[in-house]
Write a protein that binds this ligand. Sequence first.
Ligand SMILES: [Cu+2]
Ligand SMILES: [Zn+2]
Length: 196
Amino acid sequence: MKLLIPFVFLLAFSASMRVLTSQGGLSDTDSQCTGDCATPVATCRILQNENGVDGLIRIEPASDGSGNSDVYVELSGLTPGEHGFHVHESPITGSDCESAGGHFNPTNEDHGDIDASEHHVGDLGNIEIDENGNVSTVLSSDTLTLSGPTNVVGRSIVVHGGQDDLGEGGDEQSLANGNSGPRVGCCTITLQGSNI
Ligand SMILES: [Cu+2]
Ligand SMILES: [Zn+2]
């Protein structure tokens, strides 16, 4: 009995310490998770250019746990209809959309639609512009990411003046870039710290 009392006391003491430690641990984790632990979000801002195109694109991991990336697109100043829309391999130098280079294609595939069995990682298909020249849509890509070999951060997004033939054009250019026409808007993709 003499030994039992200190033992019980010790047990109770160590249990209360565990609770304190775990509470402290939780709040520590919270305060550290404003940076690396938070959901990564990347944005790409098209500043109004001589074509009159501007807008914002935001990329973030899909919240459904699918591993896809959601691409939120809000653009204005475009001509109504379908416009090719892609991630290109290089950042934009100045305001020259030609500096974007070719489509981002780390897996060395042919050009295609966003959900085709074969397509460039950067292929996002066409975006549909309404009669007022605007688009507000969300695309879902199962290939591009914000880390690893298919990371698009530091690369660029280009919106084209014409429709992407999605690799079905029957010529060599179709399998390279979808014959999407001139580059009417572009921006460099940059990583934001957090979406909180
Ligand atoms: Cu393009
Ligand atoms: Zn492509």
